[in-house]
Structure formats: C-alpha cells, structure tokens
Ligand binder design. Structure first.
Ligand code: 13P
Ligand code: SF4
Length: 301
C-alpha cells in the first residue's frame, strides 16, 4: 500500500478529515479533503461533523480549529510548525492603546496566538480584514500583529485611525521590490499579484492585492496568461492545477515558509495512527479568543 492509500484508509476508518493551507507541500495539498486560505479553513472547521480534524498548517491554525470546533480532536502533523508573526505583539502595547482611546477596537489578524486573540475584540484574515474594519463602529483601531496587512487596511479606509505594531511575516517581507521590477522587465505582459503581508514597496507595484485564495481566484478568472506572484511558493500547485496553460513567475529568492513545509505525509500518517499532537488552547484564554473568531465569522457574512 502507498502512504497515500494508508492515509486514506485510516482517515475513512476514523472518520477523520484533512484540512490544508495553500502553503503546505504539493503532495499534502493533493491528499487534503479541503484546501484553502485561512478564512476558508476557519469557516470549514466551524461546521465540520467529523470527530477528528488533521490540520495541515501552523499552530495558530490548530488553535483556531480547536476554538471553532471545541468538541473535535484537532491533530497537528508537526506541533513545532509555528508562525513567527503570530507572536509579534506585547500585551503592554494593547493595554497602552486601550488606555489612550476610549472607543478603541483591537483587531487581530488570525495569524496570532490564542492568547493574543483573547486580548482583542475581533479577528480578521487577509480575505476579510478591509470589510470587517470598515464596518466596525469604532473610529480608532489597533491592528495587530501584521504591520503590512494593517497598513493595507488603513489605506483602504482613510476615514479610520488605524494604529499598527511592528509585527511582520519574515517570508513576505523578504520579497524585494527590485525582484518584482526585474520580473516585470522580463515579462512586461504579466500582471503582478501580491499578498498584503508583503512590504509597502511591493504592494505599491501590485495590479491586485489579496489573500492566497484571492490571488488564485483572480488569475483563474482572467483571460490573461502571465503572472508575477508575490507570495509563498506553495500557491503554485493550485495556480498551475487550475490554469495549466498559464505562466507563473515567482521572485528568484523563492519565498518559502519553512514552518508550513514541516508538514509531511509521514507525519500525517503518524498522527492519524497515534492521535498524538492534539492542538490545545489554555482554558483561561479559550472563551475570549473564541469570541474574536465567532465575531469574525459573523461580521464577514
Ligand atoms: P491567507 O491564507 O489568509 O492568505 O494567509 C496567508 C498566510 O500567511 C497564512 O499563514
Ligand atoms: Fe506565518 Fe508568514 Fe509562514 Fe504565513 S507565510 S505562516 S505569516 S511565517
């Protein structure tokens, strides 16, 4: 039996379901029941009936899975897979802003720990951040932890006072405007699709800015055939699958999220067999953290 067949057999026996983010390895995306961006995966996690969810992603995703599906076992193929940005804000920064602005809304990117979510009022993903912040009644917004997504949101909603902290995704920040300019010089017909976690300079060059799903959808619905892609290379698999006659050019430094790539078929099989590596959230933060995710799902409707 191949490892894929073993996974399928065990999955069926245990009525388990496999969720995967677009940044995981192609062979993991291939065996997943649901693949998507962070927003799609959280909506799916909230309504699944299966007793076991294998979450192929980093730890904040497993925590969100636990919070949204509290009666399920959420298994993480690699518990050390973590998002560095998910930790990049201090409680003191949130407390100081709350003292300074009476009407403050603390908006946290879903790429944050459950503890950070518990200090916040609402979660957002890159797919729904602009819509949710725009519709909040508050004028003063503290956006944590991603300064790049926060800046993108602020640019779309100039009527709000959006304050930022110094968090960032090390993988997207490393994509240089210079690399994108070089690619555009070689492929002048190509449109530039950018994830909002990229720097201000790269965002300024974009024809379209959106989440991983947004980028895939934009390219798939267009008549154009050439694309410069400023996000993690994992999206190449779905882009090429949906658009086999298109050409996708990535920065030559190949942005790779090494944490997402820790998820392998062997580790998926292991957790399915042993039911080890259960994601968990500390009891003292769970209720408040869950409220921010529930509010996101409600406001994003
Ligand atoms: P999206 O999937 O929401 O676009 O987010 C990208 C990301 O960095 C996930 O960790
Ligand atoms: Fe975190 Fe960046 Fe990896 Fe996404 S790509 S999980 S934001 S480090």
């Amino acid at each position: 039996m191949t490892i894929q067949e073993e996974i399928k057999k065990l999955k069926e026996e245990k009525q388990a379901v496999i969720l995967a983010h677009y940044y995981v390895r192609p062979e993991v995306q291939e065996i997943a029941d649901y693949i998507g961006d962070s927003f799609y995966l959280s909506k799916i996690a909230a309504k699944l009936e299966n007793p076991i969810i294998v979450y192929c992603g980093v730890s904040f995703m497993g925590e969100s899975g636990c919070l949204l599906s509290p009666d399920k076992k959420v298994l993480m193929p690699d518990k050390t897979a973590d998002c560095p940005m998910a930790h990049m804000v201090l409680k003191e920064e949130v407390e100081a802003a709350r003292k300074n602005y009476e009407d403050l809304a603390v908006v946290c990117y879903i790429n944050s720990t459950a503890e950070i979510k518990s200090w916040s009022d609402v979660s957002v993903t890159s797919a729904n951040a602009v819509k949710i912040v725009k519709n909040l009644p508050n004028k003063n917004i503290l956006f944590i932890p991603d300064k790049n997504l926060g800046r993108h949101v602020a640019e779309q909603i100039p009527e709000k006072n959006v304050m930022l902290v110094n968090g960032y995704c090390p993988i997207h920040e490393k994509i240089l405007a210079e690399e994108i300019r070089e690619l555009k010089a070689i492929h002048p017909e190509a449109e530039i699709l950018v994830h909002p976690e990229c720097s201000e300079e790269v965002n300024a060059m974009a024809d379209y800015i959106g989440s991983t799903s947004g980028i895939i959808q934009y390219a798939s619905e267009s008549e154009k055939k050439e694309w410069i892609i400023a996000t993690e290379v994992g999206v190449r698999y779905e882009l090429e699958k949906r658009n086999p006659d298109n050409h996708f050019y990535f920065p030559k430094t190949e942005p790779v999220c090494t944490d997402m790539k820790l998820i392998t078929l062997e580790k998926i099989l292991h957790v399915l067999k042993t039911e080890e590596n259960q994601a968990e959230v500390a009891a003292e933060t769970a209720d408040a953290a869950k409220r921010t995710l529930d509010k996101m799902l409600e406001l994003a409707k």
